[in-house]
Design a protein around this ligand. Structure first.
Ligand SMILES: [Cu+2]
Length: 266
């Protein structure tokens, strides 16, 4: 029975290593590869921390298993060794983790600043739209083509729900706000996550690397319909975005009658 516990503690870290090794090929890993430049940096930080905690977890579990195994297999007549603590050991295992934590916090500073600090946003980023969260949908407001996005609504602004079109290959800024309670803008593939806080307009930026459709979900439990607060981010070429906005303008201005051009053609 003593040996059972030693093997038990050897078993679980081994399972953890095997699961980690096969997870990426089984699709148990991240929601796909990062699709934004900051996403790649965030994944880099994640792997750095993953490596550190894996070594620590697996290492301590194996040491524990080894201690149990030795206890289980040693000659019962052998004298037990009693320790009253080790000052040196205490100092080592306080200082080493402190250095690791300081190292982690320093190595993420640049990425965090790039994502969160407005003055560090890429210089050539364009404000593409305002995303206003509400129970339980995402309301998108684009500025009238040819004008700048402002915090206030302007005549000619274009509106849509649950679908945000952005150009790829360049940094874009989205003004995030909420109409009611707290929500969170979360795009797993783009590795973007930001709370929408009542009363605040929070700019977020990202650059989508590839054309495609990405999820935008709410990551803050905001009420009974939280689960269905889902939208799409459609990343496409600038010309396709322009075309989309032209179509949106036409749709929004359509009043049910034929256009002037169509009338004159009659
Ligand atoms: Cu929500």
């Amino acid at each position: 029975m003593k040996k059972f516990w030693a093997l038990f503690f050897f078993f679980w870290p081994t399972v953890a290593i095997i699961v980690c090794a096969i997870a990426p090929s089984r699709g148990w890993w991240f929601p796909g590869a990062p699709m934004s430049r900051t996403g790649i940096q965030i994944d880099g930080l994640f792997y750095l921390i993953l490596i550190i905690v894996t070594i620590t977890f697996v290492g301590t579990q194996y040491v524990l298993g080894y201690a149990l195994w030795r206890g289980a297999t040693k000659d019962p007549r052998e004298k037990a060794f009693f320790s009253h603590g080790s000052h040196k050991l205490e100092i080592i295992w306080t200082i080493v983790p402190s250095f690791i934590l300081v190292f982690i916090s320093l190595s993420q500073l640049d990425v965090l600043a790039e994502i969160r600090v407005i003055s560090k946003f890429p210089e050539k980023s364009t404000k593409v739209a305002e995303v206003k969260a509400r129970q339980f949908e995402w309301r998108i407001r684009y500025p009238k083509p040819g004008t700048e996005l402002t915090t206030e609504e302007n005549p000619g602004d274009l509106y849509f729900v649950n679908e945000l079109h952005v150009p790829t290959g360049k940094p874009v800024i989205v003004n995030l706000r909420t109409q009611d309670v707290q929500h969170a803008f979360f795009s797993p593939q783009l590795r973007v996550k930001q709370d929408a806080v009542p009363g605040l307009v929070i700019p977020i930026w990202f650059d989508v690397l590839e054309v495609g459709t990405y999820d935008l979900v709410c990551a803050e439990l905001c009420g009974w319909g939280h689960y269905k607060m889902k939208a799409r981010i459609v990343a496409q070429s600038q010309s396709s975005v322009d075309k989309y906005l032209t179509q949106l303008t036409a749709d929004q201005n359509a009043d049910g009658t034929k256009s002037e051009a169509a009338k004159s053609g009659e």
